[in-house]
Structures are given as structure tokens and as C-alpha cells.
Design a protein around this ligand. Structure first.
Ligand code: SF4
Length: 116
């Protein structure tokens, strides 16, 4: 195994696929190297209010469903949707809409969102 990120130029998802960062002692989150995060620069949600993607305290069911519909509509045509979803699965994002899927849809029990 090479050093973390050594094959990053050939496959930006490599750290997620290999799970190498899980053995770093600080979880599966990639290091603060721009290469691992630059997909976010192409995100359709850039500049969008993050409250659309994450539930505020005390959100009602109707409000949540409405908010999630808006978030999913933004994700639908996002050019980095699959990378976003891969990231959410890889680091175990437990909150928010990522890759067009809610936290409930991404949960291991439901595991929808394998491919958007
Ligand atoms: S898939 Fe959705 S949450 Fe992910 S980067 Fe694109 S717009 Fe943002």
C-alpha cells in the first residue's frame, strides 16, 4: 500500500474505495488536501442555503418533506452527484441530503442511493 493519496491523480475516489483513511486513527474523512474536496467546486448546491439540505431543530414532517424535495431537485442535475453520494457513504454522513438521497434513504438498513 502506498502513502495516502499516492494514486489520487488516477482515481479521485481511491481513498474512499480503499478505505485507507480509516486506519489513520481519525476516521474515514479524507485529509485537508484540495484534491479530495475539489469536486465540491462543481456542486450544483454551491451558494445555496445549506438549510435546504439539513434539517433545522423542530422541523415538522411536512416541512421536512418539502425541504427535502427542494434539495433533491437541486441534486438531480448536479454534475458531481455520484461523487457526493460516494463521499456520504464513505464517511457515514448521518445528516442531510447528499447525492440526492436523505439520511434515511442512505442508512445501511435502507441503503437506497447506491447509484443516483
Ligand atoms: S449532489 Fe446535491 S448535495 Fe451533493 S454536491 Fe450536488 S447538489 Fe450538492
Amino acid at each position: 500500500m502506498g502513502r495516502p493519496g499516492s494514486d489520487a491523480t488516477s482515481n479521485p475516489q481511491a481513498p474512499y474505495v480503499s478505505g485507507r483513511f480509516t486506519s489513520a486513527g481519525n476516521g474515514p474523512v479524507p485529509p485537508p488536501v484540495i484534491h479530495y474536496w475539489d469536486w465540491q467546486l462543481r456542486a450544483a448546491c454551491r451558494g445555496v442555503d445549506p438549510n435546504i439540505f439539513f434539517a433545522p431543530d423542530g422541523e415538522t414532517r411536512n416541512d421536512r418533506e418539502r425541504r427535502q424535495r427542494v434539495a433533491k431537485s437541486i441534486c438531480q442535475d448536479c454534475p458531481v452527484r455520484q461523487l457526493c453520494l460516494n463521499h456520504a457513504h464513505a464517511v457515514g454522513e448521518t445528516y442531510g441530503v447528499w447525492g440526492g438521497y436523505t439520511e434515511l434513504e442512505r442508512s445501511p438498513r435502507n441503503r437506497r442511493g447506491g447509484s443516483p
